[in-house]
Ligand binder design. Structure first.
Ligand SMILES: Nc1ncnc2c1ncn2[C@@H]1O[C@H](COP(=O)(O)OP(=O)(O)OP(=O)(O)O)[C@@H](O)[C@H]1O
Ligand SMILES: [Mg+2]
Length: 225
């Protein structure tokens, strides 16, 4: 795989948190390439650095050391605004705890990333509706998160991550809070997006989920084992 087809390249990336004057080395030198259309599972024990790595890959946080290229751009050279724009155009992020706006309908939650793109309200609503249909929620457009099941909320979060047409979808335990049948349907949805060419990186504790990926990465104590 060449650098031009790689969506994300991490080279010897470290991330050390500062906590009450102490250094917490969460990532201690990780190298990883996410190619266009890749399907990658990240596994590892609790505290091994999976979410920290996902935040870096998604441009939500910056490395302490090493080099990180997202969409061919070295994040250390980007301003916060440039980072936000790169995220908005390249990455979809699905959080384990959904991060939906509680007083906002499914349709407007999904349309939110388009606000930052300057897309007008009509167009936003149309694109959000199409995405919600894609995830099987055409009948839940006007529901708020507390009026939906966990699996439905997870699908709203996926629709929101996809509405901007990202080339990479990062999902941190997308099936962690779901029963196994709902988890399977969310996974099938993610895999159908991957089949359409979206690179998929997911964190999971479930070995049967990880086994479906093209590649597995095992994290241990801040390193790829
Ligand atoms: N903001 C922070 N400040 C200080 N230490 C942190 C912070 N966030 C995470 N850590 C520490 O960094 C390490 C890696 O955390 P991380 O959240 O990446 O783990 P994880 O592999 O995602 O775990 P889990 O499977 O439980 O979600 C842990 O030891 C954690 O305590
Ligand atoms: Mg985590």
């Amino acid at each position: 795989m060449t650098a031009t087809t790689a969506a994300i390249v991490a080279e010897d990336v470290t991330r050390t948190y500062q906590l009450d004057g102490l250094e917490v080395p969460a990532l201690r030198g990780v190298s990883l390439t996410v190619g266009a259309g890749d399907y990658l599972a990240i596994v590892g024990t609790s505290g091994s650095g999976k979410s920290t790595l996902m935040h870096l890959l998604g441009g939500l946080d910056r490395p302490t050391g090493g080099t990180l290229l997202i969409g061919g751009r070295d994040v250390s050279t980007l301003s916060p605004n440039e980072m936000a724009e790169l995220r908005n155009t390249t990455i979809g992020f699905v959080f384990q705890s959904f991060h939906l706006l509680s007083r906002t309908t499914a349709q407007d939650n999904v349309g939110l990333p388009l606000v930052y793109r300057g897309v007008g309200r009509r167009e936003r609503r149309a694109r959000a509706a199409a995405m919600l249909e894609r995830v099987g929620l055409a009948h839940r457009m006007t529901h708020r998160p507390n009026q939906m099941s966990g699996g439905e909320q997870q699908r709203v979060a996926i629709a929101r991550a996809l509405v901007t047409g990202p080339s990479v979808l990062l999902a941190d335990e997308p099936t962690g809070n779901l029963d196994s049948a709902t988890g399977q349907s969310v996974l099938a949805l993610l895999e159908s997006l991957n089949a359409d060419g979206v690179a998929l990186v997911l964190v999971t504790h479930d070995q049967s989920v990880a086994a479906r990926a093209q590649r597995q990465i095992v994290m241990r104590d801040g390193l790829i084992a």
